[in-house]
Design a protein around this ligand. Structure first.
Ligand SMILES: [Zn+2]
Length: 247
């Protein structure tokens, strides 16, 4: 082999190596870019602590034909979790299956409530949304209603935003007003962060119970709740002078 041939061979292999490195580097960079798009950092995203009421031994309210509140709460909460994740929120669920929560090794109703309150304490920077179904002695009443915690002033604003969204997007004839949660709603009593409880509808009303069981209706319900949450966040950002971009 001549000297010049060797020189060209070396240069060619050097160029090949450089090109290879460049391709690998670019692929790595585009790979990082894709990951960043698909999984935005949790930091800076609003966190929602999502509570499906009751569970396990505690069925909650029941309709006349045996539909249990705990099951509807979980179905709605899971759909809301997906909806919020798709919108870029971070979501913490208090339960993802049919179970009551345990607290310090104990089970039972007060252990379950304490465990949920402990999660509210743990995620103090989150907004708390608790999902429940209502019941009354008279069958004719229907419609969603939002209750709020008295502990944080923003709870009322969040409740108002979600109630308005439910009325405008789902139930134009629902003129229920938001209400401060009384002592009977332990989680709202305990939660220090902005916290609301959505009574999605009445299990004492057969028509509404049938609706609440339909996945399509549950989806409409969660979209209205998510839109309410979004308008609450947008207002909060406006007040902070940071524009109106969605999270
Ligand atoms: Zn309940």
């Amino acid at each position: 082999m001549r000297k010049t041939d060797l020189f060209f061979l070396r240069r060619a292999s050097m160029l090949l190596l450089t090109a290879l490195c460049l391709v690998i580097g670019l692929r790595g960079m585009s790979g990082q870019g894709m990951v960043a798009t698909l999984h935005p950092a949790v930091e800076g995203r609003p966190v929602v602590l999502l509570d499906a009421g009751h569970g396990g031994f505690d069925g909650g309210a029941a309709s006349q034909d045996g539909v249990l509140e705990k099951d509807l709460n979980l179905a709605v909460a899971k759909k809301l979790e997906l909806e919020l994740l798709q919108r870029g929120y971070a979501v913490i669920m208090t339960r993802t299956k049919d179970e009551a929560l345990r607290y310090k090794g104990k089970s039972g109703k007060s252990a379950d409530l304490n465990a949920r309150a402990a999660l509210a304490d743990q995620y103090a920077d989150a907004v708390l949304i608790s999902i429940h179904m209502n019941k009354f002695e008279v069958a004719k009443y229907s419609g969603a209603q939002v209750f709020y915690s008295a502990n944080h002033p923003n709870s009322r604003l969040l409740a108002e935003a979600v109630q308005t969204s439910l009325r405008e997007q789902l139930q134009p004839d629902n003129h229920r007003e938001i209400k401060q949660g009384g002592g009977g709603i332990y989680l709202l009593l305990r939660a220090a962060q902005p916290a609301i409880l959505v009574e999605c509808g009445f299990l004492s009303n057969p028509q509404e119970t049938a609706q609440l069981q339909q996945p399509a209706y549950q989806q409409q319900l969660v979209e209205a709740i998510a839109n309410g949450l979004e308008s609450y966040y947008n207002k909060e950002k406006d007040e902070a002078g940071q524009g109106t971009a969605t999270p």
